[in-house]
Design a protein around this ligand. Structure first.
Ligand SMILES: *Cc1c(COP(=O)(O)O)cnc(C)c1O
Length: 406
């Protein structure tokens, strides 16, 4: 008899996006003449940068001739891309990251979900709340938690983000081994300072722990004093792994390309306490289970690092950040407390009550779709997330309608 992984039964069904879809479609049925503006989903809306499209086309043409065709490439990614990443995103910013510490992949979702599998079943895991749900669910699947009770799994250490701490969680009061952090945060848009990240790096060093740092939104950081990488923090090479993606900065959500940086100084331990290189473990796992990203997509991603590509990505980011600033100003003018939108494309709004009630008000009175914060964890209850991923015209219209309806 084929038996299931029982841990999957612990997973709480996420009704968030299906619930949103249901409410939106019943509104549409009742109001067929009203158009809806979607500021809910965390997907980009603008086309790929021209430099990426050109490189993508050229690479497809190479695939069309025997002489220039590419079959399997290196599992870790082509050197042309790994080197462009190491130089463009790290060495140029003073971070000591080598080409062979970069692992190219088809998504930061998979990487941030898969990385836990190289560690023991009984490592103690700390995860922020609210946050991107992938970290919790993949640890549930792996059997590192008990059942869910009141919306939280037993056996996990939740790092609470609240208004009082500015949605930057404090260090755990119980010992943990694996720590997930996401800054700029999805969904709150909160961004940690260097001093705040330093506390986590120091904690990890003292406790022989590892930080998994999700920097999917680093390109949206505007303040030059804020870190864009955990590797800007002294000592992080020994205790941190970083996930990044071309999804949000270069619009690759449908094209698929990302990468994980695993420094060779990161160490984990055997049952007997002997040190093992995390880089070697991840390399073994990655090369066994993954055959890398298609050649044309890696060529398109590498074009992000050309002068033309850099200018075009900066323009895309600036476009969304103009939306974010506008949304935040308008919402604050209406007397609502919010964070985010300054160094991130998300604005996190105190709904002054139930998140779903606020969601319904915006939908029914303004025809605007947001995301209820409760979908990102218990601490998200009472908040909503508005995304800046839309056209400026739509954002303006949405805010006019919100103003008239609240
Ligand atoms: C969008 C997002 C990612 C990127 O995922 P991809 O699989 O690379 O598209 C990773 N982490 C967070 C927190 C995100 O919001």
């Amino acid at each position: 008899m084929i038996k299931i992984n029982e841990n999957y039964k612990k997973l709480q069904a996420s009704y968030l996006f299906s619930d949103i879809a249901k409410r939106v479609s019943s509104f549409q049925e009742a109001n067929p003449d009203k158009d809806i503006i979607r500021l809910g989903i965390g997907d980009v809306t603008r086309a790929l940068p021209e430099a990426c499209v050109k490189a993508f086309h050229a690479a497809v043409d190479e695939m069309a001739a025997d002489a220039t065709f590419h079959g399997y490439g290196p599992e870790q990614g082509y050197d042309f891309l790994r080197q462009a990443i190491a130089e463009g995103d790290y060495q140029s910013r003073g971070c000591n990251i080598a080409t062979d510490e970069v692992f190219v992949s088809d998504g930061a979702k998979c990487d941030s979900g898969n990385f836990q599998e190289i560690f023991a079943d009984d490592v103690r895991v700390a995860i922020p709340d609210p946050v991107y749900p992938v970290y919790v669910d993949t640890n549930v699947m792996a059997g590192r938690t008990g059942a869910a009770e009141n919306g939280r799994y037993t056996g996990l250490t939740y790092l609470d983000g609240t208004k009082a701490n500015g949605f930057i969680p404090a260090l755990p009061t119980e010992p943990v081994d694996l720590i997930y952090l996401c800054f700029p945060n999805n969904p709150t848009g909160a961004t940690a300072t260097k001093a705040q990240l330093k506390q986590w790096v120091d904690y990890a060093k003292q406790n022989k722990a590892l930080i998994l740092f999700d920097a999917a939104y680093e390109a949206f950081v505007q303040d030059p004093d804020l870190p864009r990488s955990i590797f800007e923090i002294e000592g992080a090479r020994e205790v941190a792994v970083e996930f990044r993606s071309f999804s949000k900065n270069a619009g690759f959500t449908g094209t698929r390309c990302a990468y994980t940086v695993v420094p060779k100084d990161c160490t984990a331990y055997t049952e007997a306490g002997e040190p093992v290189s995390i880089h070697e473990l991840w390399n073994r796992r990655h090369t066994t289970k993954f055959n890398s990203v298609s050649y044309p997509v890696q060529k398109a991603a590498a074009a992000v690092y050309t002068a033309e590509g850099q200018a075009q990505v900066a323009e895309l980011v600036a476009y969304y950040m103009k939306n974010a600033k506008y949304i935040r100003e308008q919402i604050e003018n209406l007397g609502y407390d919010c964070i985010g939108g300054e160094n991130s494309p998300y604005i996190w709004i105190d709904a002054k009550g139930d998140s779903w009630d606020f969601f319904d008000t915006l939908l029914n009175n303004a025809g605007v779709v947001c995301t209820p914060g409760a979908g990102f964890g218990k601490c998200g209850e009472g908040y909503i997330r508005i995304s800046a991923f839309n056209s400026f015209e739509n954002v303006q219209q949405a805010m006019e309608r919100v103003k008239a309806s609240l």
